[in-house]
Design a protein around this ligand. Sequence first.
Ligand code: NAI
Ligand code: A1CAB
Length: 278
Amino acid sequence: MLTNQTFAFIGAGAMAEAIIGGLIRKELVQPDQISVTNHSDKDKLLRLEKEYGIRSFQLKKTEVINASVIILAMKPKHAEDAIHSIRHKVSNEQIVVSVMAGISTMYMENLFAIHPPVIRAMPNTSAKVGASATAICLGSYASSTDGRIAEALFRSIGTVTELAEEKMDAVTGIAGSGPAYLYYMVEAMEHAGRQAGLREDEAKELIIQTFFGAALRLQHTEKTSKELYKEIMSPAGTTEAAFDVLEQHQVQEHFTAAIMRAIERSKELGNTTATPFK
Ligand SMILES: NC(=O)C1=CN([C@@H]2O[C@H](COP(=O)(O)OP(=O)(O)OC[C@H]3O[C@@H](n4cnc5c(N)ncnc54)[C@H](O)[C@@H]3O)[C@@H](O)[C@H]2O)C=CC1
Ligand SMILES: O=C(O)[C@@H]1CCC=N1
């Protein structure tokens, strides 16, 4: 499904690179199927060309963007400017895939001069190692074939769930931002390891396997998350001692509130009013 497609990334930041890196690593897409541009950082484009063997291009010099799939990977606040700058370079035969947090398919559709199929996606940076949890939803002009192409793109870098658009903000707060919460917890484990005398490399190996093991266990059991952590707690043991501190500081309540704030922020990012193309 991907062998006949070509991909142009508009935006060459962390997320674009994670997707490009993942695609190339899986070898389902060849480097010559991928091109990339950004706003102004030529050095970054040169590095991407060198590291991944892909091609970079300048929007100004290009009439129609030369790709069957165009991936919008700029910050949400740049969505309007970016779409304005490409709207005459896109045809209805090209699929526009956006990974921007909060930005709705209708908002993007209104900014184009024509009606290209638009697909909103929310991947995460684990794409780089082929393990993103991505959700996608289809805009009003996207056909099921367009959806299958987008699904194949993201399936090559992890799992894909197709959802109703109103669920995309929840996905963004949980899975888009999700790896950051886990890395923050890893950082806490690293701090504790250091304080307790573990070398950095020793701690790292233990922490990574602990995360891997917990994820695998979760995947292969019917037990709830509560049952799983209760299973680890011996009466008056070490885990219970740790949970006493977590509960004393209401860590879970605060964590839930933090994730709800991310979901709310995704909605806020989408609450921009753009000037529709006339
Ligand atoms: N970083 C992450 O973990 C995730 C990010 N996203 C979404 O991906 C998008 C990009 O995020 P990051 O890669 O983190 O941002 P970033 O700031 O690292 O990269 C943004 C890129 O867009 C380019 N850009 C801005 N305006 C442009 C224009 N008019 N034309 C061409 N290029 C333009 C910039 O030059 C830069 O290369 C955001 O909308 C974000 O919501 C989605 C899921 C996860
Ligand atoms: O922080 C952000 O806005 C982006 C969206 C999801 C992950 N990173």
